[in-house]
Design a protein around this ligand. Structure first.
Ligand code: GCO
Length: 486
């Protein structure tokens, strides 16, 4: 990852042009199941998302990732779009069931070939490949054997990491083990709004631990196979949790949610231990005996940077009557993804919302970056996802005008710059997402892309935000508010 010395100075005037330090890395991000399609092609076997999306009632409109953006066949065209954007890096994920079908055994040459050609294509265009090993597409066979709540899955992941490192490690210099283990564990095994759709709070905590363990084991595999200069990270969707009021109950609600959203990962991954309050808050569900001697030493591996995904702040209050959870932004379920969330009510930030119903508050990103910088001053940060869904349409002129997205991006990038000015070592920013894509339980109803995808024809139509972001990526400068790129 390119270096960028933190800059110091006054908070920028959000209406003026803002320049980022030389070397700041600009990119876009996608994920395998959300864009590739070709679900049963060239040896790929089913993942938990294939099974989940094909289960009636699980995904809006019965949408699946069977075709998605057909990126598996259109990747050359999509590389051209990336080149037009002028980004320095592209964050993609490798589909485990494509490169190691069934989750164990030898590599599938055709699966490896797809990513090898993608990486070669990126390098030919001068774009740095940033590979995520796991963006939620666990091979279904491993779920059938117990999934992330069972320890064996962590060892299977380490083996898979070694296979991918051997295949791509000569050309891919930047690696992320897991994308958002919180979603995998608590939405997949707690609320059930993500695959595999299980709803057992104790299992969600076991899953969280085995994902942490999988990360540690995988980092050891990567370090043992990759060149010295390779950079290894993990990506967390850290929640910027704020109590709505200043009552002790509201403040404690925020502590409990911060514990099971953030510190259940930050603790073992970066500090080498599960926080005592998280263990205490969840003691009614488990004795944590699934944490074996030596596990936390395995999990805590030196990292080259921390990936942070941010979309919206998390506002909480306490209601002793255990009122219905408000909207935590993670989808409605009869089961909670919060094992320490008794009596917690979730609120969305006031004011304008995205198409996901998420409050728009860029200061949440600033606060999050300052926290990470304060708690882990020697660990560089990369914003591996930030973006927004809006109800984009192709106009009569054939163009997609998305001023709300440009305003969202400008507001959040202004706060990134403010964090840099405050001394936080932020190295890069990846826009979520390059393309409109399969938005999990919402199917194709939510458009996060800088590029519009007409799913009937697979035509790609760069939105106004793509042109705006291309100017930012090429100049390293946020145009003055209202400036429209040429
Ligand atoms: C996530 C995932 C992405 C989502 C994006 C919008 O952060 O949930 O990494 O796959 O599509 O964040 O929800």
């Amino acid at each position: 990852m390119a270096t960028s010395a933190p800059i110091t100075g006054q908070a920028p005037d959000p209406t003026r042009a803002i320049s980022f330090p030389p070397g700041f890395l600009w990119g876009t991000a996608t994920a395998s199941y959300q864009i590739e399609g070709a679900a049963r092609e060239d040896g790929r076997t089913a993942s938990i998302w294939d099974v989940y999306s094909h289960t009636p009632g699980r995904v809006l409109n019965g949408d699946t990732g069977d075709v998605a953006d057909d990126h598996y066949h259109r990747w050359r065209e999509d590389l051209g779009i990336l080149a037009d954007l002028g980004v320095g890096a592209y964050r993609f994920s490798v589909a485990w069931p494509r490169v190691q079908p069934t989750g164990s055994g030898p590599a599938n040459a055709k699966g490896i070939d797809f990513y090898s050609r993608l990486v070669d294509g990126l390098l030919e265009k001068g774009i740095q490949p940033v590979a995520t090993l796991y963006h939620w597409d666990l091979p279904q066979e491993l779920e059938d054997a117990g999934g992330w709540p069972v320890r064996e899955t962590a060892y299977r992941f380490a083996e898979y990491a070694g296979i991918v490192a051997d295949a791509l490690g000569d050309r891919v210099r930047t690696w992320t083990t897991l994308n958002e283990p919180w979603c995998s564990a608590f939405l997949g095994y707690g609320s059930g709004v993500h695959a595999p759709g299980r709803t057992d709070a104790a299992d969600s905590l076991r899953a969280a631990h085995h994902l942490n363990l999988a990360h540690g084991l995988a980092v050891r595999e990567l370090r043992g196979r990759l060149p010295q200069e390779a950079q290894v990270s993990v990506t967390l969707n850290l929640h910027q949790v704020r109590p709505v009021g200043d009552s002790p109950q509201d403040v404690d609600a925020a502590r409990r949610i911060d514990g099971t959203a953030n510190r259940v990962f930050l603790g073992p991954l970066l500090d080498g231990a599960y926080p005592d309050d998280v263990l205490a808050d969840t003691a009614h569900l488990t004795d944590w005996s699934f944490v074996k001697d030596g596990d936390t030493e395995i999990i805590r591996q030196p990292l080259d940077f921390l990936g942070v995904n941010y979309y919206s702040p998390t506002l909480v209050s306490y209601n002793k009557d255990g009122a219905e959870q408000g909207s935590d932004g993670h989808g409605a379920s009869a089961h909670s993804p919060w094992p320490a969330g008794d009596g917690v009510v979730f609120h969305q930030a006031p004011g304008p919302k995205t198409a996901m119903g998420w409050g728009i508050d860029p200061t949440g990103l600033y606060d999050l970056l300052v926290r990470v910088g304060r708690e882990y001053p020697d660990l560089p940060v990369v914003i591996t996802e930030n973006g927004a869904a809006f109800d984009d349409r192709i106009g009569a002129d054939g163009l997609v005008d998305d001023p709300e997205r440009i305003a969202y991006l400008r507001g959040h990038l202004s706060e990134v710059h403010r964090a840099l000015a405050s001394g936080v070592d932020v190295r890069g920013y990846f826009l979520w997402s390059l393309l409109d894509n399969f938005e999990w339980g919402y199917g194709y109803s939510k458009r996060f892309g800088a590029v519009y995808v007409d799913y009937e024809t697979q035509r790609r139509v760069p939105k106004a935000s793509a042109r705006w972001y291309a100017q930012v990526a090429k100049t390293g400068t946020l145009p003055e508010a209202g400036d429209s790129p040429s």
